[in-house]
Design a protein around this ligand. Structure first.
Ligand code: NAP
Ligand code: GLV
Length: 320
């Protein structure tokens, strides 16, 4: 136990993560289910040797400069676009994340969005609750079949691959777009690596599983949306800003694509005007990894990464 070292936990997290940290360090834990403001974050970072932060915290140069003793930034997430990694690296600060443990839960959720939007479950649920369902109708809420269709995966890493593997239940053809070849996916599913344009023009269902980077921001925009078929659906459980959300609203309004399933938003937690008024989109509040087991594992790994780095050992997962 090294109570001389102080760890800031920026927001309420699963208890298991706090317990791990409290065994080793003095812990300054924000007990609220709300992010600290930027000034409050900087103030509490001033005495921190480590920070366990969330994807809702911006760990930018100002935050890092406010923390002269900081040795590790441990994100309670696999995505780390909220952290200025090059700046942290320049200050010899380790940046850690929680890959792997949320892969299956997030892929499950991407499928849940795909199935909900193609089979129009939110519209049906609304109909039931409104008392407007007057009995079986051969033309009511007709959706799209999945069997034998083409699934396009953009970003065939851990979650993209898990998404692709789940498609075997519907004997789908799998296309993927990544910078490198995914040999495992090609062998297991006969998946084919294609250019983004071919994927957009060919796939019936497109699911995004990229990190948000300068290169992927607005990868899906007015031009690329126009490459999709009018019968195609777009699913995004990665990061909102990979899609130009205003362009997506326009495509959904004009029905140049059939529908979308979103868990993430460009200006999260806000949505661009018009999105919530559309019927051909299902909107989830960034809950891709939200299962009890997964969130406990994320909290444990985020805490364990801090214990290891502060003890001079390699982290379970470090990105710099
Ligand atoms: P990952 O294993 O690193 O997969 C990302 C893939 O994207 C990699 O295979 C990478 O392959 C590819 N890629 C990166 N830049 C690219 C580019 N410019 N063009 C084409 N492909 C590119 O990450 P993961 O664990 O699957 O997670 C993916 C993302 O999902 C995270 O970064 C996070 O933002 C998001 N996420 C969201 C939730 C949620 O709650 N909704 C939960 C978990 C994760 P190459 O390097 O070969 O291109
Ligand atoms: C969630 O969005 C994550 O990146 O873990």
């Amino acid at each position: 136990m090294d109570l001389d070292l102080r760890v800031l936990v920026t927001r309420k997290i699963p208890e298991i993560g706090l317990k791990i940290l409290q065994k080793h360090f003095e812990v300054d834990a924000n007990p609220e289910s709300e992010s600290l403001t930027a000034p409050a974050l900087r103030q509490r970072l001033a005495r921190a040797d480590a920070v366990l932060c969330l994807l809702t915290d911006r760990i930018d140069p100002a935050a890092i400069d406010a923390a002269p003793n900081l040795k590790v930034i441990s994100n309670h997430a696999v995505g780390y676009d909220n952290i200025d990694v090059p700046y942290a690296t320049s200050k010899n600060i380790a940046v850690c994340n929680t890959p792997g443990v949320l892969t299956e839960a997030t892929a499950d959720f991407a499928w849940a969005l795909l199935m909900s939007i193609t089979r129009r479950i939110p519209e049906g649920e609304k109909l039931m609750r409104s008392g407007e369902f007057h009995g079986w109708d051969p033309l009511m809420l007709l959706g799209a079949d999945l069997q034998g269709k083409t699934l396009g995966i953009i970003g065939a890493g851990r979650i993209g691959s898990a998404m692709a593997h789940r498609s075997t239940g519907w004997q789908m053809k799998v296309l993927y777009h990544s910078r490198s070849t995914n040999t495992e996916l090609e062998k297991a599913l006969n998946a084919r690596r294609v250019a983004l344009e071919e994927l957009l023009q060919t796939a019936d269902f497109i699911s995004i599983h990229l990190p948000l980077t300068a290169e992927t921001r607005h990868l899906i925009n007015k031009d690329t949306l126009q490459m999709m078929n009018p019968g195609a659906y777009l699913i995004n459980t990665a990061r909102g800003a990979i899609i130009d959300e205003a362009a997506l609203v326009e495509a959904l309004e004009k029905k140049t694509i059939a529908g979308a399933g979103l868990d993430v938003y460009e200006y999260e937690p806000k949505m661009v005007a018009g999105l919530k008024d559309l019927q051909n989109v299902i909107l989830a509040p960034h809950i891709g990894s939200a299962t009890i087991d997964t969130r406990n594992k994320m909290a444990s790994i985020a805490a364990e990464n801090i214990v290891r780095v502060l003890n001079g050992e390699p982290a379970l997962s470090q990105v710099n």
